[in-house]
Design a protein around this ligand. Structure first.
Ligand SMILES: [Zn+2]
Length: 359
C-alpha cells in the first residue's frame, strides 16, 4: 500500500480528478497503483496535510453508508441529523487508528435524545444508533426547540479506543459543552487533546426523482477536521535554541507569531466552508481541499473506505446469553423463544431457550 501523498496544488481545479488519473496512467508520479486510487467518492475518508500551514486533517463525504444507517431506523428528522453528525465525527476520528481495534463515540444526556452512539471498527465498519423519547422529541419539534443542545440536553461525551481484550482501553469522558456537535467536539479537543483542532460537520437530505417520478430522499453528510501539526512546535524549539545562541530573542518570538498566523489562516479557510459544500456530491473531498488550500501545498493520502457494516453476530449474542443465570434466561423468554434485536442494525436473532437451559 502506498502512503506517498499526492500534491494537489500542482493540479488545475476544473479537471482535478482527470488530471490525477492522467498523471497516474502516464506513470508520472511513479508511486501510485491505479487500483488504490479510488478517488475518493462517497464513504471514503481522505487524509491530507497542508505543508504551508503545518496542518494535517481528514475530510469525508458520506452517502450510501449513512443513508443505510439512518433509513434502517426511521428516526425523526432532528434525531437523524444529530446521529449523522456523530457518524461523521466517528469516521473522521476512527479512521486515524493506527492499529486494529474499535473507536466508539457516545453521548449520554438528559434531553429528548438521551444517547447517540457510533463506532468504527477497523478496517472499515461503521455503525450507529440513537436512543430517544418519541413524545419528548415530538414536543420539542412542536415548540421549535430542535437545536442540538435542546435535543441532547446536559450530559457527557465519551470517546473510547478499544484495541482488543489484551490491550488497555483508552477512554476520555468530558461534559457536553457547546451548542452544536461541532462545538462540543472542539471543546473536547481543546480540553483533552490540547491540539489546536478545527472541525466542520454538515448534514443534508438529497431529494432526487426516480424513473417513476417519485421523490427519493437520501441522507448525506460531510465533515472536515484540521489539526495543527505538533512537529512545528518542535521545529520552533530548535529554532529558538539556534537563535538564542546568537543572542537574538526577537526573531525567536516571531517564529511563534508565524505559527499563530498559520493556524489563524487555516482556521479562517476552514471557516469559509459552507454546509452545502460538505454534502454536495459535485464537490468531492479533494475538490474542496483544492479550493481551500491549493496555494499552501495540499497533499492528500490514500482514502480510507467506510462501510455500513454491523459487527454483531449470533455467536456474540450466544456469548452474552451464556453468561445469564437460569432465572435471567427464564425472564428473557417470550412466546417460547428468546429474541434479541441488535440496536445498531435491527437484525433480530431468535433462540430456543433450551440452548441455555443447562445452567
Ligand atoms: Zn447488528
Amino acid at each position: 500500500m502506498h502512503k506517498k501523498p499526492y500534491l494537489l496544488g500542482a493540479l488545475k481545479e476544473q479537471n482535478l480528478t482527470d488530471n490525477i488519473m492522467a498523471n497516474l496512467e502516464a506513470g508520472q508520479s511513479g508511486t501510485v497503483d491505479l487500483d488504490t486510487m479510488n478517488f475518493a467518492g462517497d464513504d471514503a475518508v481522505v487524509p491530507f496535510q497542508i505543508d504551508g500551514l503545518d496542518v494535517r486533517g481528514r475530510s469525508v463525504q458520506l452517502g450510501a453508508a449513512l443513508d443505510g444507517i439512518l433509513s434502517r431506523h426511521n428516526y425523526p428528522e432532528p434525531v437523524a441529523r444529530l446521529l449523522a453528525e456523530i457518524v461523521v465525527l466517528t469516521v473522521l476520528l476512527g479512521t486515524s487508528l493506527k492499529f486494529q481495534g474499535k473507536f466508539i463515540l457516545q453521548t449520554q444526556s438528559d434531553g429528548p435524545v438521551d444517547m447517540l452512539v457510533a463506532d468504527f471498527t477497523t478496517p472499515d465498519s461503521v455503525r450507529a444508533y440513537a436512543r430517544y423519547d418519541l413524545d419528548r422529541v415530538n414536543e420539542a419539534v412542536e415548540k421549535g426547540e430542535t437545536a442540538p443542545e435542546q435535543l441532547i440536553g446536559k450530559g457527557t461525551l465519551g470517546l473510547t479506543v478499544d484495541q482488543g481484550s489484551h490491550m488497555q482501553r483508552y477512554q476520555g469522558i468530558v461534559p457536553l459543552d457547546g451548542s452544536t456537535l461541532e462545538d462540543i467536539a472542539r471543546t473536547y479537543f481543546r480540553q483533552s487533546e490540547q491540539i489546536p483542532t478545527e472541525i466542520r460537520l454538515a448534514v443534508a437530505k438529497l431529494v432526487t426523482r426516480g424513473e417513476d417520478g417519485k421523490a427519493i430522499e437520501q441522507w448525506r453528510a460531510g465533515g472536515l477536521m484540521v489539526q495543527f501539526l505538533p512537529h512545528s512546535v518542535i521545529k520552533d524549539k530548535e529554532l529558538e535554541r539556534d537563535l538564542s545562541a546568537k543572542g537574538d530573542e526577537s526573531e525567536a518570538l516571531s517564529s511563534s507569531d508565524m505559527d499563530q498566523n498559520k493556524w489563524d489562516e487555516a482556521r479562517s479557510l476552514v471557516g469559509t466552508i459552507e454546509d452545502a459544500e460538505l454534502t454536495d456530491p459535485q464537490v468531492p473531498a479533494e475538490r474542496l481541499l483544492y479550493r481551500l488550500f491549493h496555494e499552501q501545498g495540499a497533499r492528500i493520502y490514500e482514502p480510507v473506505k467506510v462501510t455500513d457494516t454491523c459487527t454483531c453476530s449470533r455467536d456474540k449474542i450466544v456469548g452474552v446469553l451464556s453468561g445469564f443465570s437460569a432465572e435471567e434466561i427464564k425472564d428473557s423468554v417470550e412466546d417460547g423463544e428468546i429474541s434479541v434485536t441488535c440496536e445498531f442494525c435491527s437484525t433480530r436473532y431468535v433462540f430456543d431457550p433450551e440452548e441455555f437451559s443447562s445452567k
